[in-house]
Design a protein around this ligand. Structure first.
Ligand code: 4AD
Ligand code: MG
Length: 478
């Protein structure tokens, strides 16, 4: 049989009157004559017009929603609405049946919750195929952005002995027989008898290893899976997520903000330029979904306008101390509407506060800087005031924190002091401290949560719907 042509290619070319072979999955089959065929190359289906009077009736019966077929025929201008071309089928072959009594995806609207339970099939829906094509484009754009700038892509380890964030939310990695755990004389687990002869975990961040790279290659980034055993059952947290972590020697906090803003605008623009059809579909989906919500909970802008708005506007840059003042005096705080009221300097910001600043107060993306040292990680650079550190969080509408980063503490004595204050054992971190002992220099970096970016660009509201196989408390299917 002839080589297959992708439906995207047929629909986007100006050619007609030629013979082609397409392969894909049937979305619908109407009047024993019209097949809507999708092959995942684009959102649109190709209409196949079957000559049912001269076709084997038993074969026609097998053309059902979800079945895989191959069809060969002429590509001709379509008489139907909303499509440029269709195929006049000469030959059709059933590649794989899908029993209509059992196939769970019927041509009707399914809830996202239901689709999450059949995540192995949800790729076949318009919504999820659009999301995953956009996810691909965003990943590609990230690599392209850093590549064009001359960054080196570093693969940081997935199994590690370190807890980069010092938050202790780690999944252990072991090859021990859990029914017969070797113990030391004083009853502790004897990790010396484990696979790596030490305690190991899945990485929570590639930052510390990226710093080692940056202090030699000067501009590096990681893009890999990270794991957090935090028991957060929210629409913005996953136990396994992907993170992009650039790290740049000689950069300060202001350079770090410039890089983050430029990167976000670049990748969002890439999505607008390369995913128009999928974004328009998701925009419509969002509009339909929001019709069910009260006016005040609806997004102020349609999806594509929101994306353009982020590209066209400068992000607000604001010290934490000023943000606290704004929040303290805000209406929701005074009226007791925040779940976590803000009453004093030093409070950690919750997603409700971040979203208030971005969505209600500034109505723009905001970069908050100079957080109190007590609510941030040990590696952030101490500011002159001895109270705050050179941290930055980028806050986005509908999302809250999308990026977290900082200028790093490059002064050995200061770093040791912070590690001591925060009970981080020095002997496990000698390799990291060596960068401060030998040729230390100013440097900065950040981490972008990839799924939060995909969430923002697709306008979806639950992070579990923008990663193919989400992992969260109680769930590790597939
Ligand atoms: O703010 P975080 O914890 O920062 C770090 O890990 C630093 N080491 C980054 C760096 O400076 N190189 O995480 C960074 C980002 C967050 O802003 C958020 O977007 C995302 O990672 N993130 C999560 N995304 C999904 N699920 C979770 N449980 C996440 N935790 C963090
Ligand atoms: Mg953070």
């Amino acid at each position: 049989m002839a080589k297959r042509t992708k439906i995207k290619q047929i629909l986007s070319s100006d050619k007609e009157g030629y013979e082609a072979t397409v392969k894909g999955w049937v979305r619908t089959f109407r009047n024993n004559q019209f097949v809507a065929l999708n092959d995942g190359s684009c959102l649109s289906t190709l209409q196949l017009v079957v000559d049912y009077e001269n076709e084997d009736a038993a074969k026609l019966k097998r053309i059902t929603t979800g079945s895989a077929i191959s069809a060969t025929g002429q590509i001709v201008p379509s008489q139907g609405r909303g499509q440029k071309y269709e195929m006049t089928v000469k030959e059709i072959e059933i590649l794989g049946d899908a029993d209509p009594e059992k196939y769970p995806l019927q041509p009707k609207r399914h809830s996202l919750e239901f689709l999450r339970e059949i995540a192995h099939l949800r790729f076949r829906t318009n919504t999820f195929s659009a999301i995953f094509r956009i996810r691909h484009q965003l990943a590609f754009a990230i690599h392209q952005f850093f590549h064009e700038k001359g960054f080196v892509y570093i693969h940081s380890p997935i199994i590690t002995g370190s807890d980069a964030e010092g938050a202790g939310e780690m999944f252990h990695v072991t090859a021990m027989d859990l029914n017969e755990i070797p113990r030391t004389e004083d009853g502790q687990v004897d990790y010396k008898k484990d696979f790596f002869n030490k305690e190991t975990n899945l990485t929570v961040s590639g930052q510390l290893e990226a710093e080692l790279g940056a202090l030699a290659l000067s501009e590096v980034y990681t893009f890999g899976p990270t794991f957090r055993a935090e028991n957060s059952n929210t629409s913005r947290h996953l136990a396994e997520f992907w993170m992009i972590e650039p790290e740049v020697a000689f950069n300060d906090l202001s350079d770090n903000m410039d890089l983050a803003e430029e990167m976000m605008k670049y990748v969002i623009k890439h999505a607008l330029d390369h995913c128009a059809e999928d974004l328009e579909f998701l925009q419509q989906r969002l509009e339909n979904e929001e019709k069910q919500k009260p006016q005040k909970d609806r997004s102020p802008m349609p999806l594509i306008e929101k994306l353009n708005f982020c590209i066209d506007n400068e992000f607000v840059r604001l010290p934490y101390t000023e943000a606290i003042n704004i929040l303290k005096n805000s209406k929701p705080n005074k009226k007791g509407k925040f779940q976590f009221p803000i009453d004093e300097w030093g409070a950690d910001l919750q997603s409700e506060h971040e979203r208030y600043l971005v969505e209600k107060h500034f109505k723009k993306p905001v970069i908050l800087i100079d957080y109190p040292k007590d609510i941030k990680a040990f590696y952030m650079r101490m500011n002159e005031d001895d109270k705050t550190v050179a941290a930055m969080d980028v806050l986005f509408p509908g999302i809250g924190e999308i990026i977290g980063g900082s200028q790093r503490e490059e002064r050995l004595d200061m770093l040791l002091k912070r590690m001591d204050e925060m009970d981080i054992p020095q002997h496990e971190m000698e390799w990291f401290l060596d960068t401060r002992r030998f040729g230390t220099c100013q440097h900065a970096g950040y981490g972008l949560g990839f799924e939060r970016l995909v969430l923002f660009v697709t306008g979806m509201s639950n992070i579990r719907d923008v990663i193919p196989f989400p992992r969260f408390p109680g769930h590790a299917e597939f």
